[in-house]
Ligand binder design. Structure first.
Ligand code: SF4
Length: 209
C-alpha cells in the first residue's frame, strides 16, 4: 500500500492536525494508481539509442552515459490518475492550504509508487544476475521531453488515461515516465551529467540539481 493513513500524511507534512484523518481518506479514495512496464533490447547507434522493435529513440549525451554498459532497458509509465487532479482543481477554488497539502502528498505518493516499480524491476533483474541503473526521465539533462510521446504510445498510455498536451505536459499531472537500464555491468548511481550534457553551454546549472 502506497499511502494509508493520517499518520503517514503527518510524516509527509511534518504536522499534526485533526482534519488530516478525513483528508487522508479523501486522498486515498481519489487514488487510481496505474502502471505499464516493458523491457527492450538496446541498439546503440552513432547519434541515438534505439529500443528494438519500437520507434522509440533516445537522443542526447546524458542518457548515453546513463545507459553505458547496458544491454536492455525498462521503460515505465506510472500515474495517480485523474481523480487527484479533479480534487486539486476543486480545492484550489475553495481551500488553498488543503490544495497545497494535497500537492505535497501527491508528489510523495507518485515518488513512492515509482520507487516500488523500480524496486520490483531491480529484484527481478538481480535474480537473473543483472544490475540496474537508477531512473532517468525524459526532460532530464539533454534527453528531449518529446521522448515521452513515444513512451506513452508504446506503453498504452491512452488505455491508462495518460496523454501529453501540446506543450508536452503529461496529464494527469501526477504521472511519470522513466527509463531504467539493465546489464551485467550496468552502473547504479548518478553521474556528472553536466559534463556531457549538450545544454551545458547555455544552462544555468540548476535544472537537474
Ligand atoms: S543542469 Fe543543465 S547542463 Fe547539467 S545536466 Fe541538467 S540541463 Fe544539462
Amino acid at each position: 500500500m502506497i499511502f494509508t493513513s493520517a499518520q503517514e500524511l503527518e510524516k509527509i507534512l511534518g504536522k499534526k492536525e485533526d482534519f488530516l484523518n478525513d483528508f487522508s481518506k479523501e486522498i486515498n479514495d481519489s487514488l487510481e494508481l496505474k502502471k505499464s512496464v516493458k523491457k527492450f533490447s538496446l541498439i546503440f547507434c552513432d547519434e541515438r539509442i534505439e529500443l528494438q522493435g519500437t520507434d522509440i529513440t533516445f537522443l542526447g549525451n546524458a542518457i548515453r552515459e546513463h545507459l553505458k554498459n547496458c544491454t536492455h532497458c525498462y521503460i515505465f509509465l506510472a500515474t495517480l490518475g485523474d481523480k487527484i487532479d479533479r480534487l486539486s482543481d476543486k480545492l484550489q477554488l475553495v481551500d488553498l492550504s488543503k490544495a497545497y497539502i494535497l500537492d505535497t502528498a501527491a508528489n510523495e505518493i507518485i515518488e513512492r509508487y515509482c520507487d516500488e516499480i523500480s524496486n520490483e524491476i531491480e529484484k527481478e533483474e538481480l535474480s537473473k544476475g543483472n544490475k540496474v541503473t537508477l531512473r532517468f526521465s525524459p526532460g532530464y539533462a539533454d534527453l528531449p521531453l518529446e521522448t515521452q510521446r513515444q513512451i506513452i504510445k508504446v506503453l498504452g498510455g491512452e488505455k491508462m488515461g495518460v496523454y501529453l498536451s501540446d506543450t508536452l505536459i503529461m496529464k494527469p499531472f501526477k504521472s511519470v515516465s522513466a527509463i531504467i537500464g539493465v546489464g551485467k555491468k550496468a552502473i547504479k548511481g548518478s553521474r556528472d551529467y553536466c559534463a556531457v550534457c549538450k545544454n551545458n553551454k547555455s544552462c544555468d546549472k540548476r535544472i537537474c540539481k
